[in-house]
Design a protein around this ligand. Structure first.
Ligand SMILES: NC(=O)c1ccc[n+]([C@@H]2O[C@H](COP(=O)([O-])OP(=O)(O)OC[C@H]3O[C@@H](n4cnc5c(N)ncnc54)[C@H](OP(=O)(O)O)[C@@H]3O)[C@@H](O)[C@H]2O)c1
Length: 328
């Protein structure tokens, strides 16, 4: 299957190219960039040198000649091309936020008018597999909502409050430099940001509701001095106390058939570069602490996007994604 990546010069675009090198049934044939037309992909993604001969092309959705497209562009840029891809019958996974929420919540959360809204399955694969399978357009989840929702999903319906406390690596902000991501401000440092107002809270609330939860949800992100990874501590406050053993058993059972969600003490190192989400839980009466880790660029973006592509196209769900990280 021939793949085009729109926005291939960015972090998630580069990660899609890296991961798809090992896909048994898919090959990247086009990598777009508005600014780098004609430049070899390896000049921006040096880890891919010798593995791809592609050069970036500045082409639009109307000129894409491929069976499948990944949109790895910022929100509002995706909505400008999604309609063209759908009209042309090209199956697509959108990594941006443009199709993750209802139109009303999207416009309120992102403060923009949605110019080309349609409903799309939300590609948190483990929870929405049936909607993703065979779909022609899938909205890939945000990185924080992926790790947070997987941490809370088994118990969300029994909680009155869920507080997500997440720590992320710097690549979550994309490849455009800013004062926040400037090395002296990040290295040897640790800080909270958007303490009460991060946009990803809307997705977390949406997913909690879909899990049958009426819990109030809160979210505070923090910036870690690492490149990749998100560790989320979900404080799940239950309506009724539960035995610790029962809580652990419930988590283990919930994920026992999920290859990409492993029940073990989560660390960033164990999931780095992989599509795994590690989850574990400890509890005390009505207070459950669930911790998850993901690589924001893989399970939090490009890996999960490929997992969704696999389901959309009838490939094995883990095709191209079943490999270990590096340890130590
Ligand atoms: N980084 C993460 O951990 C992560 C996780 C989950 C989801 N996402 C989402 O995935 C998308 C891509 O994220 P990223 O981190 O890869 O961003 P990025 O590193 O900033 O790359 C985005 C790429 O899109 C292209 N682009 C920028 N503005 C554009 C426009 N108006 N029209 C067309 N192309 C445009 C740029 O390429 P040119 O300027 O060369 O054209 C750029 O290389 C975003 O929507 C982001 O929210 C990111």
């Amino acid at each position: 299957m021939e793949i085009a990546i729109i926005g291939a010069s960015g972090y998630t675009g580069g990660e899609l190219m890296r991961l798809l090198l090992n896909h048994p049934s898919a090959e990247v044939v086009a990598a777009t960039s508005r600014k780098l037309d004609g430049t070899p992909v390896a000049s921006v993604h040096p880890h891919l040198r010798g593995l791809t001969d592609l050069a970036f092309r500045n082409i639009g959705a109307g000129d894409i000649d491929a069976d499948f497209v990944f949109l790895a562009v910022p929100h509002t840029a995706a909505m400008k091309v999604a309609g063209t891809l759908v009209e042309r019958g090209i199956r697509t996974v959108d990594l941006s936020a443009d199709y993750r929420l209802s139109k009303e919540i999207y416009e309120k959360t992102y403060g923009v008018t949605h110019e080309a809204y349609f409903e799309a399955p939300y590609g948190l694969t483990e929870l929405h597999r049936d909607e993703v399978r065979g779909a022609s357009f899938v909205a890939n989840p945000g990185c924080f909502p992926t790790g947070a929702t997987l941490a809370a999903a088994p118990l969300a319906h029994l909680a009155h409050t869920i507080i997500y406390d997440s720590k992320t690596g710097v690549t979550g902000a994309g490849n455009t430099p800013s004062a926040t991501t400037h090395y002296p401000n990040v290295g040897d440092n640790f800080s909270a940001y958007k303490w009460t107002s991060h946009r990803h809270l809307a997705e977390m609330k949406q997913e909690a509701a879909r899990l049958g939860s009426t819990a109030r949800c809160y979210f505070t992100p923090h910036l870690l001095p690492v490149n990749r990874g998100i560790l989320t501590t979900a404080h799940i406050l239950l309506n009724e106390p539960m035995e610790s053993k029962e809580v652990e058993t419930l988590y283990r059972k919930f994920y026992e058939r999920e290859f990409f969600v492993r029940y073990q003490k989560p660390t960033l190192a164990a999931v780095r570069g992989t599509n795994f989400c590690d989850v574990a839980v400890e509890s005390e009466g009505d207070r459950v602490v669930a911790v998850s880790t993901i690589d924001n660029l893989v399970k939090g973006a490009s890996g999960q996007a490929i997992q969704n592509m696999n389901l959309m196209c009838g490939f094995a769900e883990g095709a191209g994604l079943c490999f270990a990280g590096m340890s130590p």
